[in-house]
Design a protein around this ligand. Sequence first.
Ligand code: ATP
Length: 444
Amino acid sequence: MEELVALCKRRGFIFQSNEIYGGLQGLYDFGPLGVELKNNIKQSWWASMVYDRDDIEGLDASILTHPEVLKYSGHEDTFTDPMVDCKSCGERFRADQVPDYCKEDDLTEPRQFNLMFKTNVGPIDDGTSFGYLRPETAQQIFTNFKNVIDSTSRSLPFGIAQIGKAFRNEITPRNFIFRVREFEQMELEYFVDPGNDDEWHDKWVELRLAWWEAQGVPKEKIKLLDVEGKELAHYSKKTVDLMYEFPHGLEELEGIANRTDFDLGSHSKNQEDLEIKAKVAKNSSSNAKLAIQEQDTNKWVIPFVIEPSAGVERAFLAILNEAYREEELNDGKTRVLLSLKPHLAPIKAAVIPLKKNNKDLVDLAYKLKNQLQNMKLGRVVVENTGNIGKSYRKHDEIGTPVCITVDFDSLEKNKVTLRDRDDMSQESLDIEEISSFFQQKLSS
Ligand code: ATP
């Protein structure tokens, strides 16, 4: 973990937030390379959900949330963690995360602590006009269920996907970006006919494992955990957690839950007419019937929902952890390498002029950079430090799949040298062939 943290700071992936004022615990900022990797992860998820399939729509809903949404969803009452104080060290911990150095006898009885951030909405601060920063993106998908079906004419099964910020006032944020107070979630709510839910749940577990594999986190590194007993959320019939061996231990990367008809049922009006299977509180505030009419029988049903929910920060950490290597080189030195899948790499190619002060070489390097940049496959840079070896090392370390060196042969014979990040092999290529090479490299 220390190596990843150091690399992230050194190369501009991740910084501690508000560091110049001493930092705020559980918050991180994504730097010039971090924002690229994060965007690429999100884009890959979005493409696999919304573009590659024909049964999922996207959504980007508000973060500030009406209190009634989080009342009927159960979050006001149950979105809590047990908290204990240690009388010896004076610190406060989540009851299941007390460090070894605290003795059992020094701990207070656990108290429930609600993890939601509450804030004023509007200019009056009398406690009546407040909202929450959403603790999960999911609820705003449920509140938009009717808007989406009315505007898209979807029938079951279909899904609504959303990527966005979520906030949890974690008692003990820790392990770098693994557990933070502000993070992003990539959530799909996939609505199915009640009765088909178990089958779809299994299917989504398989689909998500395949997605992780394509991001460089192989199936063998993920263990499936059937969440049981009091660990199972109040809305869930069954939850399968994808557990990954993070640098600090085996922990949840993504949760895939069968939320039944709990959420739509909880937020719906006319509940008594809808044969809701989950146990829901009576809703006297909602003005929408969150159900769908069956085509053949005209009967209104509340679909069941399968929810794959993954954190972007945990994805970032797992992907970085899988890609990170230190390799011994023939000359006895070592190199640090981020063997990221090309579609995730923050920088897709670095164009390096052999001599930093030679105008013709530098001009050609920029021309090539612009040509590749215009292909819109991601960020391409010119690396004009004048030291080829150092440039290669840097781009190995930040995961750039290919370096393109422009030398005098480029001016005279239209040839450039391509150097591969992973095996360090070099080949000479005609400038005309660069675009198709690049296209192919990034789709692999
Ligand atoms: P944990 O048990 O680790 O607290 P959770 O079960 O509360 O997680 P979910 O409510 O299932 O998490 O949230 C779905 C996903 O959101 C998680 O799998 C994780 O990737 C991400 N996530 C949840 N809480 C955090 C957090 N505090 N920091 C970063 N990511 C988080």
